[in-house]
Design a protein around this ligand. Structure first.
Ligand SMILES: NC(=O)c1ccc[n+]([C@@H]2O[C@H](COP(=O)([O-])OP(=O)(O)OC[C@H]3O[C@@H](n4cnc5c(N)ncnc54)[C@H](O)[C@@H]3O)[C@@H](O)[C@H]2O)c1
Length: 401
């Protein structure tokens, strides 16, 4: 069986690798020539623990190849971006529509097109079905893996397969069963679309609750971590950990789809998204308080540790640090100094690539991301004022959210 994975980013590439290692004949397609060239030189395009070995295994087996072309295949797996429209908050399905149109140009009758991209409920009915001009089968298989633990989750997560034709759904489920030992559940397309968005919305709302507690506690000098620790001893309470904001391609994006489609019905969800989005500015405000408390007036002596949206990954899309830098533009002429061990390219101004040099140039460090690197080198922060938004350090001069 020939599989064409379309879109070789954070989701498409691991999917192509997994399918190839399960024995399928896989062609990975991306219209970005640079990505395809890099992969064809047997170099992986992003950092993820354990993925490189699986990549080498798949390529060496001959089951995995890469091209910028769409090819004739039995199954297409579409994993292209699905941002949201910042004004309407609705899903922007443009990439999925374009990719499906190109698949339709090359695919044969009877082939199966699996949309893995996250979409809001009704997207496939509204935008994809109307462009189908051949007898093909549409399936939605939303992906759940988390960067930082992709390899484990690819092999163990339960999957949802949405298909309007049950037999086709089962056929696709059988393929996914060869890649994961988690349950593979078949439902209809609209339900599958909804489940994925609801999963990420559940996370966003619960994170917002923890973030709001952090703000309340900070306002009146209470220790939010101590309070959450004790509350979570209650048998039916499980409060998440507050943080400096939410980034990435999922939790900071997908819940907006529901807000955009159901504005009158999403008060809790909408407010949660605004609470999460307010956290980088909250960090900035706390930073100025901490500076005042320590007699520090020069923002040039303040640095941010971490640029990515979570620990130990190189994905910085929508990251809280980028949001913070955007928010500070209104107040400061010069951007704060930034360092992240996972980001080798210069993506922001005043970015450092050497931890010691960065520390030499600052007196106050805002820890935005809990990379293993900083956890293993806490001693380097001993003589600094630390604003630890991740609750990872117990130095005497560390301030918390
Ligand atoms: N990143 C995550 O953690 C995650 C987790 C679960 C689900 N998702 C969902 O998976 C989907 C893909 O996300 P991602 O993070 O992999 O995005 P990404 O930006 O990392 O990768 C998308 C890739 O698709 C390529 N592409 C776009 N249009 C194309 C086209 N028409 N033809 C060929 N290639 C095309 C781009 O060049 C890019 O390499 C999104 O819907 C996202 O919401 C992401």
């Amino acid at each position: 069986m020939k599989i064409n994975v379309v879109g070789l980013g954070y989701i498409g590439l691991p999917t192509a690798i997994t399918m190839a290692n399960a024995g399928f004949d896989v062609m990975g397609t991306d219209y970005n020539k640079q990505i395809v060239d890099t992969l064809n030189q047997k170099k992986i395009t992003f950092k993820e623990d354990g993925l490189e070995d699986l990549f080498f295994k798949a390529v060496d087996s001959g089951n995995l190849k890469f091209t910028t072309e769409y090819i004739d295949a039995d199954i297409y797996i579409v994993s292209v971006p699905t941002p949201y429209d910042s004004f309407s908050k609705k899903v922007d399905a443009t990439y999925v529509i374009k990719a499906t149109q190109t698949v339709l140009d090359v695919c044969k009758e009877g082939s199966i097109v699996v949309i893995e991209s996250t979409v809001s409920p009704g997207t496939i009915d509204r935008f994809i079905k109307p462009i189908i001009n051949k007898n093909i089968h549409l399936v939605h298989a939303p992906e759940r893996i988390i960067p930082g633990n992709m390899v484990y989750e690819l092999q163990h997560n339960a999957r949802t397969i949405g298909a309007d034709d049950k037999a086709i759904g089962e056929k696709v489920a059988d393929i996914y069963r060869q890649t994961t030992d988690g349950d593979v559940v078949v439902t209809d397309i609209r339900s599958a679309e909804m489940t994925k968005v609801v999963e990420n919305t559940f996370r966003a709302v619960n994170i917002a609750f923890a973030n709001e507690l952090a703000k309340i506690c900070s306002h009146d000098g209470m220790d939010v971590y101590e309070i959450i620790r004790i509350c979570n001893m209650h048998p039916r309470v499980n409060i998440l950990t507050p943080g400096p904001g939410v980034g990435g391609h999922c939790i900071s994006v997908d819940p907006w789809f529901l807000v955009g489609d159901y504005p009158e019905l999403t008060k809790v969800i909408g407010n949660s998204m605004y609470v999460n989005a307010s956290m980088p500015s909250f960090v900035l405000k706390r930073t100025s308080e901490i500076m005042k408390e320590n007699g520090l007036t020069d923002y040039k002596r303040v640095g941010i540790y971490g640029l990515t949206y979570k620990e130990n990954v190189d994905d910085y899309r929508e990251s809280p640090t980028l949001q913070l830098l955007e928010a500070q533009k209104e107040h400061l002429a010069e951007p704060l100094k930034v360092y992240d061990p996972f980001i080798e390219d210069d993506i922001v101004e005043n970015q450092y690539h050497d931890l010691q040099k960065f520390l030499d140039d600052v007196d106050l460090v805002i820890v935005m991301v809990k990379h293993d690197e900083i956890k293993a080198n806490m001693n380097l922060l001993e003589n600094k004022i630390v604003f630890d938004t991740q609750n990872i350090c117990d130095l005497p001069k560390a301030y918390k959210l």
